[in-house]
Design a protein around this ligand. Structure first.
Ligand code: PGA
Length: 245
């Protein structure tokens, strides 16, 4: 079931999403958070950092598992998702670095890197709350439109649309890695609660198809319609094609 929460704008979306994550951490201090990179969640992380600095949230027992990582980039590469998470979130809160997990992009043995990550997520009991952004093509994590829904962590070839979208963070488009390790759709669906954040008009079609389109791997996010506890927090622009909700 998908519950849609309308936000006025990006800041409102970020505060609402941060409130939901904060409630999870307060209710279960040693919870497992599934976290996401991308531009959309940055404001959510900033809000959580602010509340941490004010003494309102304690992350000392939280365990985190990120969705994905570029294949070939090590955790200290400034373009890696691990570096992004440290820079935007982990370096500013009191999470224990030993409790932070991101797929190992430096391990070129894709099968080993993915199997190891799946084992860790499973041993942690899967995520209590999984935060997700959504791609313009409906991807979640790096699960791109496909003929089938993926299961566990796996290595993917990025689509041209994702390479173009992500090239804004690189100097040249050729610098964007062509492959990534990503949690699979089934692993994401194993989370007990899923929180999707979306803003801007360029997400409107994907948000509509996620919530109201057919459930199909050609829009990977549409599978969330089959999950019992999904909350979408989106601004007016991202909800502009969802008129009646
Ligand atoms: P964005 O990416 O937040 O940078 O738009 C979201 C995604 O591709 O999952």
């Amino acid at each position: 079931m998908i519950k849609i929460i309308r936000a006025r704008d990006y800041d409102d979306m970020s505060r609402k999403a941060a409130n939901i994550i904060s409630a999870q951490v307060i209710l279960k201090p040693d919870c497992v958070l599934g976290l996401a990179t991308g531009t959309t969640p940055i404001g959510t992380y900033e809000q959580l950092i602010d509340w941490y600095k004010k003494g309102d949230i304690d992350f000392s027992e939280v365990r985190s598992y990120n969705l994905d990582e570029y294949r070939g980039l090590s955790h200290d590469d400034p373009q890696s998702y691990h570096f992004f998470m440290n820079d935007k979130f982990f370096d500013h809160i009191n999470i224990n670095p030993a409790n932070v997990h991101v797929p190992d992009g430096a391990n070129d043995d894709a099968d080993a890197a993915c199997a190891e990550y799946d084992k860790m997520v499973e041993e942690a009991g899967f995520c209590d709350l999984q935060l997700l952004g959504i791609g313009r093509n409906g991807h979640i994590g790096f699960n791109e439109p496909d003929d089938v829904f993926s299961k566990g962590t796996h290595c993917v070839d990025l689509t041209q649309s994702t390479i173009e979208a992500n090239s804004r963070l690189f100097e040249h488009e050729e610098d964007v890695p062509r492959q990534a390790y990503t949690m699979g759709v089934q692993t994401i669906m194993n989370a007990r609660m899923i929180l999707v954040v979306a803003n801007g008009e360029n997400k409107a079609q994907a948000v509509h198809d996620m919530c109201f389109g057919p459930v199909t791997p050609s829009c990977p996010a549409s599978i969330l319609q089959l999950h019992p506890n999904v909350v979408v927090v989106a601004d007016e622009e991202a909800l502009s094609l969802c008129k009646d909700c």
